[in-house]
Structures are given as structure tokens and as C-alpha cells.
Design a protein around this ligand. Sequence first.
Ligand code: FES
Length: 124
Amino acid sequence: MTAAPTVYVCTTCKCAGAPDSDPRPGACLAAAAEHAAAGTEVTVRRLRCLANCNRGPSAAMRCNGSWTYVFGGLDPANARDLIEGARLLAGAADGILPWRGRPDILKRGLIARVPPIGFEGMDE
Ligand code: FES
């Protein structure tokens, strides 16, 4: 099974507290992420809403067997960070995005992480 790192970008996000604009900041982030992913093993998928609207622009990332990470407060300048993070996650044997080496926006902007299917819990 390949890692298949995938970044999901919400195209309908606007910046928190900002009026509507066209194109939406989320759509700009998606386009920038697609550009940043060109020539890499990372796939970028557009979607509408990650239920993080009040803290957008939002994106998520996952790989086969990994935890899923949701981020907020992003902007198009963070596109390369998203791709770099997805590649870091793809190389993580435990499926957990390493803190060390993680782009700063993927530390500050972390909203949630969700365990993979088949996860059976952790020792306390
Ligand atoms: S509109 Fe982007 S998370 Fe809801």
C-alpha cells in the first residue's frame, strides 16, 4: 500500500470576519496548493466545507493508514507548507505528523486530528 498523501482544501472558505470576496480565499489556497504539489506525490482535492468555517481558510491532510489533520487560519502563502506537511506525514511510520520539522503554520493552525480506521486506542 502506498502512502498516497492527500491534501483536501475547502474552496468555499473566507477569512474569519472578512466580507465575501470572489474568488474566495479558500479557492485561492486550493489553486496555490495544486501548483505547489505539481511534480510531487501529493494529491490535492478540492471540497466544499470542512466544518471549520469560523477558523478558515481550512484544509485537511491524510495518507493511507495515517491520522487525519485539520488546519485553519491558512492563506495561499501556506500552500507549500501544506504540501511539505503531507510529505512529512507520508514518511511517518506511525502515521502521526511529526512535530519536529513541521511547518510552523501546521503547528499554530492545527484544529484537530482524527485517528485512522482500525485505531484501537492508546495506553494512558
Ligand atoms: S466553508 Fe470552509 S470550512 Fe466551512
